[in-house]
Design a protein around this ligand. Sequence first.
Ligand code: KG4
Ligand code: ZN
Length: 339
Amino acid sequence: MKILAIETSCDETALALVEAKGGISEGEKPKFKVAKNLVTSQIAIHRPFGGVVPNLAKREHIKNLPILFEELFDGSPDKGMKKIDAVTVTVGPGLEPALWTGINFAQEISKKYKKPLIGANHLEGHLYSFLLDHKGKLQFPALGMVVSGGHTIFLLMKSLTEWKKLGETRDDAVGEAFDKVARLLQLPYPGGPEVEKLAKDGDRNAIPFPRPMVHTKDYDFSYSGLKTSVLYYLRDNPEANKANIAASFQQAAFEVLITKGIRATKEYGIKSVILAGGVAASRTLREMLSEACIKSKLKLLVPGFEFNTDNAAMIAAGAYVSHLKKKKYRIKANGTLNM
Ligand code: KG4
Ligand code: ZN
């Protein structure tokens, strides 16, 4: 199945061409070949505002979509579309004005070229992104850790397609906390990579920031208090070393994820851990989690860097898996769609 995937849920306009095959029954695994994965980031446009402005995102998506569509097929979309079996587009969660631009574009293409249109869940895209470059066998039960700018979710996965949500954040997502702390430290948007860069020159044990909910028995999270602690620390210590703040905040944020993650693997007899979402682009988190997984003899599955932050190849992967399990999403923007 040759899939054209479209993603416009936030501030990345993304299109991809992905070939998918294989099933989801016992012992089987879907296989993907990513032919093209185009992403146009709007970072420079939103940066002066310190975050994503929905109407600016919408305007940019409308401008970028036809350009990327041409580029995807090397300037001959009419010829290229002949080989496509299905079009898929993110229907949620995300910013609704932004989601609609992708949906409208996908509907136009699907009609013009007479191709079926599949709605995709952005979070399932993140979760299944590891399949895009995964080799070898999958081992279940698995712990799915979806960590992004909008979500912090732990899933107990009995198989590739059967899962139960163990917990999620009660307020800010972990990526959101990085973005907000970056703003407090006067670092540009998006904050995650900037905080990680600055943290390299700091001491992660310099400031004892709280580890919110690390010892609660559930698998819920709360990152808004941690951000507020950074705010108060800066207010009371205006001359403090910013690299130490970045490193200590990062350590606190990730320690909670890893401590609770490893506890879940013990409680549920987990064999592998899947790390997904934009925050998985953090080398620091990858290293910390990898060390913890080696210690606990767990297999860690993390997709390559190009598939962590928002992209359309992951949307093709998510759509293909939900298509195989016959789960259908309405072709309508749903800003609060969950897993
Ligand atoms: O998945 P994504 O591209 O968008 C959402 O679906 O939310 O995730 C973006 C988030 C942002 O909050 C960004 O700051 C965070 O991922 N992020 C990081 C790093 N790189 C990206 N957070 C911490 N460390 C990083 N290196
Ligand atoms: Zn995302």
